[in-house]
Write a protein that binds this ligand. Structure first.
Ligand code: 5GP
Length: 190
């Protein structure tokens, strides 16, 4: 990467600016806090993409809750789902009898989430609901009911607000689409 080059130069279009994201995350947090009033859910987030969303969402919820983190791999560094899911990091605490809220960044084919839901259901939680920031229904292969959706977006590969391309761009404060030249150019320097 060139010295002084801006990450923003690689972005073709901003789909959701940081104000739009913050406003919607505040609404989701308030809705979840009201739906779970009197309960003490555990938010299970999927690293790494959902960490930014999780960090903002939990602070938008005025509710006692705990968090746990899992890491799954499904995409490698490309842009197509392989359908292969591997657990890289498991839950730290049992979820037996707990109200689980799975916090996802984006649902595309749904294969990753489908796997995760079956895995979590086997551990005997009292309930499982799903909150995802971005829903891309165009390529859905698994039939999944998403309880809370931030935004429904078209079938484009997006980056920013936690989402990466080849591990880059997670720190962009908005959700955007990369310039095609980024995909066709040389891989980013390590
Ligand atoms: P699925 O199994 O639903 O096809 O894919 C889920 C995972 O693939 C997401 O958690 C995310 O890591 C990745 N993914 C799907 N679509 C996109 C996208 O548009 N941009 C990025 N950066 N990752 C995506």
């Amino acid at each position: 990467m060139m010295v002084g080059a801006s990450l923003h130069d690689d972005v073709e279009e901003i789909l959701l600016d940081s104000q739009a994201v913050a406003g919607r995350v505040a609404e989701l947090g308030a809705q979840i806090a009201s739906d779970y009033a009197g309960r003490d859910p555990v938010l299970v987030s999927v690293l790494k993409g959902a960490m930014v969303f999780m960090a903002d969402l939990m602070r938008a919820m005025d509710l006692p809750c705990s968090i746990d983190l899992m890491e799954l791999s499904s995409y490698g560094s490309g842009t197509e789902s392989t359908g292969q899911v591997r657990i890289i990091k498991d839950l730290s605490s049992p979820i037996y009898g707990r109200d689980v809220i799975v916090v996802e960044d984006i649902i595309d084919t749904g294969l990753t989430l489908n796997y995760l839901l079956r895995y979590l259901a086997d551990k005997g939680p009292a309930s499982i609901r799903i909150v995802c920031l971005l829903d891309k229904p165009a390529r859905r292969l698994a039939d999944i009911d998403i309880d809370y959706v931030g935004f429904t977006i078209p079938d484009r590969f997006v980056i920013g607000y936690g989402l990466d391309y080849a591990e880059r761009y997670r720190n962009l404060p908005y959700v955007g689409v990369l310039k095609p030249s980024v995909y066709s150019g040389p891989p980013p320097e390590a």
